[in-house]
Design a protein around this ligand. Structure first.
Ligand code: AP5
Ligand code: MG
Length: 215
């Protein structure tokens, strides 16, 4: 199963990817998570990426394409992968096509999660993430059992630096300008499957699994 989860910030790509990892045992490849890890490690790439991420803009294509190219060659991708947050521009999608063709692989489906703008803002302002295990929560829609601590490991819950409302609005504008054209791109390739992301997390997951059964 080789799939892309496409959708605006807060659409639920990460949430759904984690559920798909459990179901299919294939890795989630989140360029956002990989870039945040590089920022935490203060690697040269992380230091370069940080300024783009803090402003809600996109990290240059050549940086993310390089990361994904290396990641897709690892053994755990042999039976498939879930791309979460990549590609995000037409040049990234073109580069992915080349990388996959070099590896002798084809995409099975591109799942596009659609969610209303105001719901996206509400989801992102209420999102919290465990600083120890990375598990995601939402203060209203998926709250932790105890305020401020992770229900899975007890770690401290933190808010992402780019989840402030002004930055969120910028990320949404960037999505419309640079990433939304990929819906047409993959529609033309016959791969696009739209899923109503306004439904509950579980219902969205069931819709995705139903699509993947036929892909
Ligand atoms: P990235 O980490 O990819 O962020 P994003 O695309 O902005 O998406 P999010 O992670 O914010 O949202 P999500 O769709 O994963 O939603 P989630 O499941 O968490 O990228 C961050 C930055 O890195 C970019 O801005 C850019 O700078 C850089 N970057 C990354 N990739 C790049 C690339 N390819 N090229 C260039 N730059 C790149 O859900 C959100 C919240 O809603 C959670 O709290 C969750 O609990 C809740 N929720 C989820 N589903 C539901 C539901 N069905 N109902 C109610 N609540 C829900
Ligand atoms: Mg995410």
């Amino acid at each position: 199963m080789k799939i892309i989860l496409l959708g605006p910030p807060g659409a639920g790509k990460g949430t759904q990817a984690v559920m798909l990892v459990e179901k299919f045992g294939i890795p989630q490849i989140s360029t956002g998570d990989m870039l945040r890890a590089a920022v935490r490690d203060k690697s040269p790439m992380g230091l370069k990426a940080k300024e783009y991420m803090d402003a809600g803009g996109l990290v240059p294509d050549e940086v993310v394409v390089g990361i994904v190219r290396e990641r897709l060659q690892l053994d755990d991708c042999a039976n498939g992968f879930i791309l979460d947050g990549f590609p995000r521009t037409v040049p990234q999608a073109d580069a992915l096509k080349l990388v996959l063709s070099d590896l002798g692989k084809d995409l099975d489906a591109v799942i596009s999660l659609t969610v209303d703008t105001e719901a996206l803002v509400e989801r992102l302002t209420g999102r919290r993430t465990c600083s120890a295990c990375g598990k995601g929560f939402h203060l209203s829609f998926d709250p932790p059992a105890e305020d401020g601590s992770c229900s899975a490991c007890g770690g401290e819950l933190t808010q992402r630096a780019d989840d402030q409302e002004a930055t969120i609005r910028n990320r949404l504008d960037v999505y419309l300008a640079q990433t939304a054209p990929l819906e047409d791109y993959y529609q033309r390739a016959g791969l696009l499957k739209a899923v109503d992301g306004m439904q509950s997390m579980q219902t969205v997951q069931e819709a995705i699994q139903a699509i993947l059964q036929d892909a």
